[in-house]
Ligand binder design. Structure first.
Ligand SMILES: [Zn+2]
Length: 130
């Protein structure tokens, strides 16, 4: 009996077909995943800013009057102020002493929206609930 170690044409076509199906599934999701990563970066930045604002309050006994009191201090941000990946400026609310989540083109007050980034707005603002 003759044994062959080579692949048959049918086997190669099946492998190519499987790779094609996987590519069709994965490739359209890449931009969506990149947008989600940017939104999550922004959420992490807002969380970091609020953490450092609270640290400022503990160390100085008073809330910062402006955001640059914290972001301009190398003790709190030795690598500089984090920037929104969408270039939306972070705004400090001196009444609530928080950096509020901002809009990336969706509903007001949400960081991400389902329509653009595939995220539910309640999911995106959940980190700020204390
Ligand atoms: Zn942002």
């Amino acid at each position: 009996m003759k044994s062959s170690k080579a692949f048959t044409l049918i086997e190669l076509l099946i492998v190519v077909l499987i790779l094609g199906v996987l590519a069709v599934i994965a490739i359209p999701r890449i931009p969506e995943c990149a947008a989600k990563a940017k939104v999550n970066t922004c959420k992490a930045n807002v969380h970091l800013l609020n953490s450092q604002i609270e640290l400022y309050k503990v160390e100085n006994g008073s809330w910062p009057t402006v955001l640059t009191d914290v972001t301009g201090n190398n003790d709190y941000f030795p690598d500089g102020m984090p920037k929104c990946p969408f270039s939306v400026p972070y705004r400090y609310n001196s009444d609530t002493h928080r950096v509020e989540p901002h809009n990336h083109g969706g509903k007001q007050g949400s960081i991400g929206t389902k329509s653009i980034y595939g995220l539910d707005s309640s999911e995106s603002t959940g980190m700020l609930v204390r």
